[in-house]
Design a protein around this ligand. Structure first.
Ligand code: FMN
Length: 175
């Protein structure tokens, strides 16, 4: 049995849902999973885990600074352990941008980061217009208009391929 830490960065909760799904899958394989938001991932406690996973969503072109800081600060330790990273964004709804090698955010992050996770994934996220404030809704609708996505301000569209999340769960359990 491995002790696995999953650290997440979310704004609207979708990355947390993916983490909860991963936790269920990995625990079903006999491992112990601790799930914490990045703000509570006390650096000192990381040594206690056998494997570490970080999941983060994209907002306005970037992963949140707090999670990027966490990954940079702990790069040496993360490189010593089996570790995995996944990004959640809506660009990944496009088949030509849904792999770590083809997703612009993941490529950019990995190019700049000292941490080189053993496993990397990118999952398509969710659009939830009713939840956004009026400025975010307007900006996202405009981006969706330009990129052929949903623009109905009442729509809630989940692009996540949960089979892909399941496959990543198996990779985490086995890494
Ligand atoms: C204000 C806002 C900005 C966003 N910016 C981007 C972006 O630049 N690129 C992208 O691919 N997705 C973008 N997204 C989509 C999110 O990555 C997607 O909704 C994801 O599911 C959010 O995950 P979370 O709920 O864990 O934060 C944006 C969403 C919002 C609400």
């Amino acid at each position: 049995m491995a002790k696995i830490l999953i650290v997440y960065s979310t704004t609207d909760g979708h990355t947390l849902r993916i983490c909860e799904c991963l936790r269920g899958l990995v625990e079903a394989q006999g491992h112990q999973v601790t799930l914490v938001p990045v703000a509570e991932a006390a650096d000192a406690a990381l040594e206690r885990y056998d494997k570490i996973v970080v999941g983060a969503s994209i907002r306005y072109g970037k992963h949140r600074p707090a999670v990027v800081d966490f990954m940079n600060r702990n790069a040496a330790l993360l490189n010593r352990k089996p570790s995995a990273f996944f990004s959640v964004n809506v660009v990944a709804r496009k088949p030509e941008k849904n792999r770590p090698e083809t997703n612009p955010y993941v490529r950019k992050l990995l190019r700049r980061m000292a941490w080189q996770p053993r496993e990397v994934a990118v999952f398509a996220g969710k659009i939830d217009y009713p939840r956004y404030d009026s400025l975010d809704r307007m900006v996202i609708r405009f981006i969706m208009l330009l990129t052929g996505g949903p623009t109905d301000p009442k729509s809630v569209v989940e692009f996540t391929d949960w089979r892909q999340v399941e496959a990543f769960g198996s990779l985490i359990a086995g890494m």
